[in-house]
Every structure is written in C-alpha cells, then in structure tokens.
Design a protein around this ligand. Structure first.
Ligand code: XMP
Length: 521
C-alpha cells in the first residue's frame, strides 16, 4: 500500500484521553503514524510495522500497580528512538531499571520547565527556551524518583524534577508533561525535534492521506453497496466525495430532511451535490417522522437517542431500496468519538451521545464506514480542498447531525423549531452582511424554554427568549466565545425581535468550552 513508501511512526496507546492529539501533532509535521493499543502490540507486530521511531502515550494506570500495562521489553533493544509521555515516560523508566513512585505528588495543570545542567543547546531543544522557561501542561499522579541507567535529567520544573529526561545515545526521551496538547504551546516543536533526530523528512501530506483512505475504503467495502447520510455539513460531504472517489457508483447518498435543518439548507445541499457531482442522491423528506417522535421530548440524551434511532430506521429503509447496501458511511470526526466513547474502550466519561457515534442503536444491520474518524475539523477541511470541494462549501460552519433539536433545550415543539429556524436565518444574514462569517468558527441561535414579558408598540408581549452563540475554535474540542461589538449585537437583537414572530428577548452566550459545550445540549 502507498503508506509503505513513507517513514512510519508507531504510537503505543496506554489509554490517555489525548493520545489522538499526538497523531495530530505528527500529521502537522507531515509524518505518517498509527496508534496501536498496548494490548495488541508485540515485538513481532512492531517489527512488522517497521517504524522509524516509537512514542509511548500517557494513560490512566499507575506503573506501580501489579498488572499495569507495559511495552514489549524487546522494544528497547531494537535501536529505535523512543519518546515516552507521562505514563509512557514512567513505563520506560520502570522497564529499564529506574524507579517510579505513586500517589502523593499528583500535579495537574500549568507548569514551567527549564533546561537542566548545560543541556540548553541539545538538539532536542532546538528553537525552545528562547524566551525563558517553557509553559507545559502536567496531568499525572505518579513520578519518576530514580532514573534508569544511561538517562539524565535535561529539563526540570519546580514540582517535577524529572520533567524531561534523556538517554541521548539511544535517542530515548521522556516527559512528565504532555507535549501534544495546546496547553503546552511549544510541545509540537519538542516532538518535531524528536522526529527530526529520528530522521523523519516530513513526506506525509493530505494528498497521501487521501490515497491511503481511498485504499482502505476499497479494502473494507469490496464490491458491496454503501449508503452515506448527507447532513449538509462539511464532514458528511467530504466523506461522501472521498468514498465516491474510492468506489464510484457503489455509493448512494441519502439526504435525510429531518425537519430540523436550517432555513434553505436542504435546497443548498441538494443543488450542490446535483450541480457539482454525479453522485446518486436520494432526498428523503422525513420531517413528519422526526418531528412527530420528538414532539414533547425534553431530555437531551433522549432526544439524541431518538434521532439516532430514526436515522438508522431511515437508512435501513433506503439501504433496501438501493438493492441492499451493506455499509453505512458517516462523517464521524475524532472529537465526536472522544466525547462519546473512550477511544481505548476503557471507562471514560460520556459527555454526550453524538448521534453518529454513541447514539446509534446496537441492532443496526449495516456496518459503518467512517473514513474521517481520526481527523479533526480543520484536517477535514484540508482533505475537502484536496478533493476539490468548493471553498464556500469547505468553509461552512459545522452543523450537528441532530440539527436544531439540540438548539431547543426543553420540550421540542414544531412551533419552537419554526421560530428558531427564522431567528437563525436572521442571525446568519447579519453575520454575512457584516463580513464575519469566515472569521467565526460556528454560530447559531438556541431558543430558550422560557417566555418573557416585553412591550412592543403599546402592547404587552409574552414570547420566547433566544440566545445567540458564536465561537472560535480550532478543532471543536475547546472554544472561546466570539467578541462581537455591542453595535452588532444590538442591531441583531433588534432585527430578530422585529422580524421573528414569537421572540421578544435576545441574549448573547459568553460561555467558553470548557466549561460549556458549543451546543446547548
Ligand atoms: P459540543 O457541543 O460537543 O460540539 O461542544 C462540538 C462540535 O460538534 C458538533 N456536534 C455534533 N456533530 N453530531 C454531529 O455531527 C452530533 O451529535 C453533534 N453534537 C455536537 C457541534 O455542532 C460542534 O461543532
């Protein structure tokens, strides 16, 4: 396969919530990598994969516990450069003869690291510490207390004397902090220094990713038929075009109009696919079904589960009508995966059941094809551009599968959804008119489950309140509210109240993520 011609890096996953971010940081440096769970990795599998370097991820276990995960001992004798992060650092120490202690030194959050001794000019620190100590993100309970033979401390922080350790001869490195997260601003540089030293040339591009994804889709699907749920969002569109490149007319797209779409959305998507692509497209108007089942429902998870189930019902119906599709394709992204299920199958907290991950009923007869499952939003956009999707489409704000349902906290009624759709249209019009659309990551209106008293003309009104939401984000995992001017907010509130019957009060949501999520449910 095409990947064989690229330098490969193996990430051994010990179950950290942020292991995928290591892969992402490496992709940013154009390095091909794969994440393999620790319990599937053996000395033979490493040799078969033939990596040029290995990264050991963090993880929730403690190396001091009996039966906690280990890397295959032979890994350390293969002559490969190795970088251990947090648990990965500790496991490397433990397996090479150092000591790790647990418990009383738990440290979470921001810390500052400085080079130790005279290591400031080591190649692993190229471009770092130029403006003093580096900010890093710590998240660990255990710490190394005695180093394995051959290692020395090359970086420290006040609470982490073993913050960065190295055996430069063997190119073994370990950090107690997480270089892969945004909160370690120069962490990507540290990882890049490591991969540079390991001899990676950065020959892996989105074009190469596309070729590999196409090869994998062909292998998974064979000559079976596939249907793909189009939601109008960037993700499902990119997935559809990618799969179409892989298997041509074995693919049929189904655009399910749930009655929970934004104003004009259905027409835009259908004309875009009909005008630009020759992909067979079924337009399923299922608004009565969805709105009927959701009417009166108010619990967020119940809403998501109902929608997930109905989507599958509809897809199964259409799978039959296209002559028996064996696969259902979806534009599931990595952030959907991590917030719905633990990547390693371990016990992590479910934040919400994203409809295309945790919300699917188990009885589903079709197998899933999810070619974007490892990507983040901005990477999907890059892939979309690579596939030749129009810039205006690739740049669209994300729109969630469950649509307006999760922007209507409290009881869902047709009336509230209609009001919401109108208010959203005015808001989007405002944003476009002010030239802000491309500057904002995502914007929408949520209709609130309260009525408030107002006065219009000489009369009293008693109508719904709504909240405007706009955020900036890189990947949807964290977000900041967008700093609109007061003039913009005032003008938009006036327009919504004047133009949308049923709303008499407008608020602006200034919650960041975390602690909020982007959507209201
Ligand atoms: P949250 O609300 O989790 O949203 O901060 C992060 C991003 O994901 C989108 N989102 C979804 N997308 N199915 C989707 O396809 C879903 O069930 C879903 N829930 C949230 C949300 O719009 C934001 O861009």
């Amino acid at each position: 396969m095409s990947t064989q011609t690229h330098d490969r890096l193996l990430i051994i996953d010990f179950g950290s919530q942020v292991t995928q971010l290591i892969a992402r940081r490496l992709r940013e440096s154009n390095i091909y990598c794969e994440i393999h769970p620790f319990n599937k990795v053996t000395a033979e599998s490493i040799r078969a994969f033939a990596p040029k370097a290995v990264i050991l991820s963090g993880g929730p276990a403690s190396v001091t516990e009996p039966d906690s995960p280990r890397a295959p001992q032979e890994l350390f004798e293969m002559g490969l450069p190795i970088f251990g992060i947090c648990y990965g650092q500790q496991v490397m120490m433990e397996q090479l003869g150092g000591k790790v202690e647990s418990g009383h030194h738990a440290e979470f959050g921001r810390a500052f690291v400085e080079p130790a001794g005279n290591h400031e000019n080591d190649p692993i620190f190229a471009g770092l510490f130029e403006n003093g100590p580096e900010e890093v993100w710590m998240s660990h309970g255990d710490r190394v207390t005695e180093m394995a033979p051959g290692f020395e401390i090359i970086g420290t922080s006040p609470n982490a004397p073993y913050a960065i350790i190295a055996d430069a001869d063997r190119k073994f490195y370990g950090t107690q902090f997480h270089p892969e997260v945004h909160h370690t601003p120069n962490g990507a540089r540290l990882l890049k220094n490591f991969t540079d030293m390991a001899g990676f040339t950065g020959d892996w591009t989105m074009g190469a990713y596309k070729e590999q994804a196409i090869a994998e889709i062909r292998e998974q699907v064979g000559d079976a038929k596939v249907i793909c749920g189009l939601s109008g969002g960037v993700d499902s569109s990119v997935a559809a075009v990618l799969i179409h490149e892989a298997i041509g007319d074995q693919l049929t797209c189904v655009f399910v109009d749930t009655g929970l779409m934004r104003k004009g959305e259905a027409d835009e998507v259908i004309s875009m696919f009909r005008d630009n692509y020759n992909i067979p497209l079924v337009h399923a108007d299922e608004s009565e079904l969805f709105l009927g089942e959701l009417e009166g429902q108010s619990d967020p998870e119940t809403k998501r589960k109902i929608i997930g189930k109905l989507f599958i019902d509809v897809f199964e119906k259409h799978a039959k009508s296209v002559g028996g599709a064996k696969f259902l394709a979806q534009g599931t992204l990595y952030p959907d995966v991590i917030e719905s299920v633990s990547f390693s199958g371990g016990p992590s907290v479910t934040i919400k059941s994203h409809h295309n991950v945790g919300g699917l009923p188990e009885r589903m007869d079709m197998e899933l094809v999810e070619p974007l499952r490892e990507l983040f939003k901005d990477e999907v956009r890059a892939l979309g551009r690579e596939l030749g999707l129009p810039a205006s489409f690739v740049g669209r704000h994300p729109f969630p599968g469950p649509g307006l349902a999760i922007r209507c906290p409290g009881e869902i009624t047709r009336q509230k959804i209609d009001i919401l759709r109108e208010a959203d249209a005015v808001y989007m019009d405002q944003i476009r008119k002010h030239g802000l659309y491309d500057d904002i990551w995502q914007a929408f209106v949520a209709i609130l489950p309260v009525r408030t008293v107002g006065v219009m003309g000489d009369g009293r009104t008693y109508d719904f309140a709504c909240a405007l939401r706009a955020v900036n984000s890189v990947d949807g995992m964290t977000a900041d509210y967008y700093p609109f001017t007061h003039e913009f907010l005032g003008e938009t509130a006036t327009r919504i109240i004047n133009e949308v019957e049923g709303i008499n009060r407008v608020t602006y949501d200034i919650t960041s993520k975390p602690p909020g999520t982007i959507e209201w449910e």
